[in-house]
Design a binder for this molecule. Sequence first.
Ligand code: XIL
Length: 302
Amino acid sequence: GTTLGASAAESGRYFGTAVAANKLSDSTYVGILNREFDMVTAENEMKMDATEPNQNQFSFGNGDRIVNHARNQGKRVRGHALAWHSQQPGWMQNMSGTALRNAMLNHVTQVATYYKGKIYAWDVVNEAYADGSSGGRRDSNLQRTGNDWIEAAFRAARAADPNAKLCYNDYNTDNWSHAKTQGVYRMVQDFKSRGVPIDCVGFQAHFNSGNPVPSNYHTTLQNFADLGVDVQITELDIEGSGSTQAQQYQGVVQACLAVTRCTGITVWGIRDSDSWRSSGTPLLFDGSGNKKAAYTSVLNAL
Ligand code: XIL
């Protein structure tokens, strides 16, 4: 193939990017988006604060702009994210107990119902595990409603949109030997054994010198896939430049392609200037929209 999406499709996979609604009027940005990618994730527009700014008053305008652009271009959409400790609307941030649990479940139900039939996969729960060596859950207002909040969110999402794949998504879960990876693995294993509806695990894959692409990445992806879930690389970016960065991107693509159930890769932005990172050049296109060495190595690896 001559584009990322077409090349990924040759092995039945997708290649996606995060999209910001306020950049859909930038012709360079949209040109690359339309040409290269066949899956889209809203960078912020489908998060809790964006979609429910006031309790039980939903706001889908910017999410719709992205979903409609994608679908009009024949691209699919990953929904991101139904329940998360971060980017909660102000009204939710200080809630607790049963009121918060019910508000979270209502949010999952309302948003997944609104987008029913338009979403390939939802990140139902994002970033619920703690960093460091505990291997346990992150403390958050949602976690304090009870350890079963994650499975409750998955059950609500399944009821609302039975055809969307339901994913758990997190960062720093790439290295098989890390406690956080093991913690998420045990949760997915438990969910599968008890019939909690989970279909996929997303690996954000934000890499930098402190968190490099691990040499055992293929092992991690394969071990999760062997639990009976799809795996996806959901927010890929890699700090660096030139051939070093290109090689690291190649390694990530190769790790995914070596796992039958690794169904696709999404990069977290198009040009370096679109990155959420405050500095650096972590993406596949430079600030002018030119293809970088990393782009070529990804295309050749697909
Ligand atoms: C980031 C967006 O890219 C930024 O624009 C926003 O200010 C903060 O969130 N993990 C996730 C994504 O799951 O939603 C985050 O996106 C990056 C880290």
